[in-house]
Design a protein around this ligand. Structure first.
Ligand code: FNR
Length: 184
């Protein structure tokens, strides 16, 4: 059986460090795990009036989450919280009330930023949401990366051995977490 991990990247920009980090982690997945980034850039701003008849991108997003055994959030920090585009995606897939796609899916949270505390505050805000959404979320190790020149290239190659080893240790813990909590 394959465990499918739905990867949600909180940045839409082409050269996103967080997308590079998501790629790097996907490359560290063991056999039996696939990591696929979900598209969130075509979701309209969430409007509760549309709960009864959600637009196609919302139905697609919810299906992709439903078909995954785990979720990985890879997010920047914007103004000490998560980017609006990520919150929008979370809100969309959580509705209509009682039909959240997130419920029960084991989750991981990682991020990279320019700043010294490496998305720590954004991740704490996100963890609050995931607790409410009933997603069992891996607590340790925490991944708060600060970017520096040459750390991550656009193919997701990591330019520093200690970072590579640290992320591999995170991956080992995360896949165990998913195996333990996924509904298979
Ligand atoms: C930022 N950035 C930022 N960094 C940080 O560590 N804490 C913060 O609160 C913020 N706030 C913030 C707000 C906005 C609107 C932008 C555009 C940026 C900087 C951020 O870490 C940097 O732009 C990263 O490169 C964003 O991640 P991606 O797009 O490279 O994945």
């Amino acid at each position: 059986d394959t465990y499918r991990i739905a990867v949600v990247v909180g940045s839409l920009r082409k050269d996103s460090l967080n997308r590079r980090l998501a790629l790097a982690l996907a490359g560290m997945a063991p056999q039996g795990f696939t990591f696929e980034q979900l598209r969130i850039d075509d979701l309209p701003p969430y409007n509760q009036d549309n709960d009864g008849n959600p637009p196609e991108p919302v139905r697609r997003l919810k299906n992709e989450i439903a078909n995954a055994q785990g979720v990985l959030f890879v997010t920047p920090e914007y103004n000490r919280s998560i980017p609006g585009v990520l919150k929008n995606a979370i809100d969309h897939a959580s509705r209509p009330y009682g039909q959240s796609a997130w419920a029960g899916k084991p989750a991981g949270v990682v991020g990279i930023s320019i700043g010294q505390i490496g998305t720590a505050i954004a991740q704490q805000h996100l963890r609050n949401m995931l607790a409410y959404l009933d997603m069992p979320t891996l607590g340790q190790p925490e991944v708060f990366l600060q970017n520096h020149e040459g750390l991550l290239d656009d193919k997701g190659q990591i330019g520093k051995d200690s970072t590579k080893q640290f992320l591999q240790s995170w991956m080992d813990r995360y896949v165990e977490w998913v195996r333990r909590h996924a509904a298979m």
